[in-house]
Design a protein around this ligand. Structure first.
Ligand code: ADP
Length: 714
């Protein structure tokens, strides 16, 4: 049957090969096994139900909460000559009736239906009578109560399905699902472990950035100035912010529309269509905008303030670059954002348990804004992505040009201050005490008598708050579970206090000589060259060379490759990609220069090593528990409240980094040989086909361990 699928792929879609996960998902559905496909946005989920739908006998019902996308999908199928239709509330009563009649007569291979259709008795009685090929839940995370976009009416369809006498194979598809959500969906629609096709969440074409401490409007004006013709979305947390920002941009001559739930449906439709048709380039919107926007060439998504959780953030930011071309995802962070989100959760009608859960998720979002690890890795780790990823080398943390500074002493001071304050207060008051503030509240609690009062008075209160947030993101402090964050020490903080664990932090390099002495005119010339290279490569300019690098170029004016490699931020790789274009300008300057200052002496002296990968300590901590306390992966997962997969990845990572282990604990010689043999024979070096080519009883864990040992798994 899979041969037929391959033929359909070529014949109908004109694609030569399947993308990762598609073949497995299609195969699983064709074998009538309920299936869950977890693939990133743009990964090609539609094909996973369309090809089985074309192959199997009967009508496929695709349930989707995205009404606006249904028409596009149906149009695409119809254009291939495949009978398809959709039934939702956008149709008149007569149209709905006609389409139901067509459904009853078996006229369609595909019917897209909105969840509320399942409350309609005529629709239900019709699908009970006809031959169905499959039922697919698109955006399946919406059926999970743990999902960030839970829709109870969507979930209740699962029970309704029990009324269908000959229920066909059921599948779920989603791009955003934590392990919790995956488990929930699996249980709901009865998917076995081996029928979960999880290709991970990575979107390699996206670059993530966090901007702190800048005036948000200034940043946006500067940003849009560089990207005037590109389409982008700016998300605000409130309608009021959307109104004000759009007004502000319009006054400055930008073509910006707005979209939020306070506008009339007519207005919203108009803006959406203007945006899709490229009539306006920028949309300032609340999170009401997006579900169902199928504009593939969105080049950037800016968050004007921090959203409520990583799930929403990744989904919204993920609207950039759906066409596979580069997308820029910028989050403008300010400390106040947290208060707004806390307030929103607090005011919501949720049960207490659920609220606590939301506060926990919010904290992960806050940690994202303060972490110093690769941002993409942070997100993938959050979703317990099954694959191992190197740092992305293009997020703001990977590209950070600061230096790593030992902050152990400062961390110890903060931690002991928290301890002395009784672990009952938040970051704000703790920062005041450390600063030595004469604030009323400090006096009221007599904190000015503490030995840690004013102990870090040479920092600003704002810096101290940021540092405390950084310590939280590193797991050295916890803000507690309640609605008001109260700092408490963690197990890890004890080892910092005992000086067993160092704390390092990336700090901004102080203003360099280059910042002061650079040549403004030359800088502008290089900047415009950088812009044209960036446009051609479809990359944000700062990924080519940073401003600091351009400034150094205008000072030292290197005239050849060797000299250029001595400039901060230029390595072999960058030189081979972009060096020549810059040299063409630089050599001209060098010839005319009366005098050039001596170049920095040692090549690479000021060059920054790529950021150490994520959770530097986290994977080591898992390894320690495994090695020193002899805990199993399952036990560590439980103790650390992480998924088994994450812990497994932690251990593998330590092994790849050279941890000395006894491989016999992981596999026997025979297993090793069989796995290596199967691996050498496969064209597609992926886990699933490898497992399929081995006898029963070879677990993914065993296979991965062999691949890690032999360096086949990066
Ligand atoms: P998703 O629903 O996962 O976001 P889509 O199903 O909309 O993704 O597919 C995204 C894009 O990728 C579409 O333009 C689709 O035609 C294209 N695509 C899907 N599968 C393949 C494939 N095997 N080869 C090439 N392009 C593909």
């Amino acid at each position: 049957m899979i041969e037929k699928a391959q033929l359909l792929l070529e014949e109908y879609y004109g694609f030569t090969s399947f993308r990762t996960g598609q073949k497995e998902a299609i195969e699983s559905v064709l074998q009538k096994q309920n299936t869950l496909a977890v693939m990133p946005t743009g990964g090609g989920k539609s094909l996973c139900y369309q090809i089985p739908g074309m192959t199997l006998e009967g009508t496929a019902i695709i349930i989707s909460p995205l009404i606006s996308l249904m028409k596009d999908q149906v149009d695409a199928l119809t254009s291939y000559g495949i009978p398809a239709t959709y039934i939702n509330s956008s149709l008149s009563f007569e149209e709905q009736r006609d389409r139901i009649a067509g459904l009853r007569q078996g006229r369609y291979k595909f019917v897209y239906a909105a969840p509320e259709r399942f409350e309609s008795s005529s629709f239900l009685s019709t699908i009970k009578q006809i031959k169905l090929s499959l039922i697919a839940f698109d955006e399946a995370h919406c059926i999970s109560q743990w999902g960030h976009d839970f829709r109870p009416s969507y979930r209740s369809i699962v029970q309704t399905l029990d009324q269908i006498p000959s229920l066909p194979v059921v599948m779920g598809l989603t791009a955003t699902a934590t392990q919790e959500v995956i488990q929930d969906i699996k249980q709901l629609i009865h998917v076995e472990d081996h029928s979960v096709i999880n290709t991970g969440f990575a979107r390699d074409n996206l670059s993530f950035r966090i901007i702190k401490g800048r005036d948000k409007r200034d940043f946006i004006v500067e940003y849009l100035g560089q990207r005037a013709s590109e389409a982008g979305i700016i998300y605000t947390a409130t309608r009021k912010d959307a109104d004000h920002l759009q007004n502000f941009l319009e006054k400055r001559g930008y073509s910006a529309g707005k979209y939020h739930a306070g506008m009339s449906e007519q207005q919203r439709k108009q803006v959406q269509s203007d945006f899709v048709q490229d009539e306006i380039t920028t949309i300032v919107a609340t999170n009401a905008f997006g579900m169902g926007i199928d504009k593939s060439n969105v080049r950037y998504v800016i968050h004007y303030s921090m959203p409520m959780n990583i799930e929403s953030y990744y989904q919204e930011a993920g609207r950039a670059g759906r066409d596979g071309e580069p997308g820029d995802c910028v989050l403008l962070y300010s400390g106040q954002d947290i208060h707004l989100q806390r307030f929103l959760i607090d005011q919501s009608m949720m049960e207490e348990d659920k609220k606590r859960d939301e506060f926990r998720k919010l904290q992960s979002m806050v940690n994202y804004c303060h972490t110093h690890m690769c941002l993409q890795q942070y997100i993938l780790d959050y979703f317990a992505d099954p694959n191992i990823h190197d740092p992305c080398e293009k997020c703001s943390n990977c590209l950070h040009e600061g230096e790593e500074k030992d902050m152990t002493r400062e961390a110890q001071m903060v931690l002991s201050c928290v301890k002395r304050m009784g672990e009952r207060f938040g970051a704000g008051l703790t920062a005041k005490v450390l600063k030595g503030s004469s604030d009323q509240k400090v006096k009221q609690f007599k904190f000015h008598n503490l030995s840690t009062y004013g102990i870090l008075s040479h920092y600003t209160e704002k810096n101290l708050t940021q540092f405390i947030n950084f310590l939280i993101s590193e797991g050295l402090l916890t803000p507690g579970q309640g609605r008001y964050p109260t700092l408490q020490l963690t197990e890890r903080s004890v080892s910092v206090l005992k000086a067993e664990r160092p704390v390092t932090m990336l700090v901004e390099t102080t203003t360099s000589e280059a910042d002061v002495n650079y040549d403004v005119e030359k800088f502008e010339e290089l900047r415009s060259l950088r812009k044209s290279i960036a446009d051609e490569a479809g990359l944000p300019p700062y990924v080519i060379f940073s401003d600091a690098t351009l400034k150094e170029l205008t000072i030292y004016i290197p005239k050849d490759r060797d000299e250029m490699l001595r400039i901060k931020g230029i390595g072999e790789q960058k030189f081979s990609q972009y060096g020549q274009a810059f040299l063409e300008i630089l050599t001209g300057w060098a010839e005319n220069a009366v005098e050039r200052p001596p170049l920095p002496t040692q090549p690479g002296l000021t060059k920054k090593e790529p950021r150490k990968p994520i959770d530097g300590a986290s994977h080591e901590e898992s390894f320690k528990l495994w090695r020193e306390q002899n805990l199993s992966i399952e036990e560590i997962a439980e103790q650390r409240n992480m998924s088994e997969q994450t812990i497994e990845n932690h251990l593998f990572r330590c092994m790849r980094e050279g941890a000395d282990i006894d491989w016999n604990e992981w596999f026997s010689d025979d297993q090793e040989e069989a796995i290596l043999m199967a691996h050498s024979q496969l064209d597609e070096k992926k886990l699933r086909p490898l497992k399929d080519n081995l006898p029963e009883g070879y677990s993914y864990r065993t296979i991965k361990a062999v691949l890690v040992k032999h360096g086949y798994m990066k």
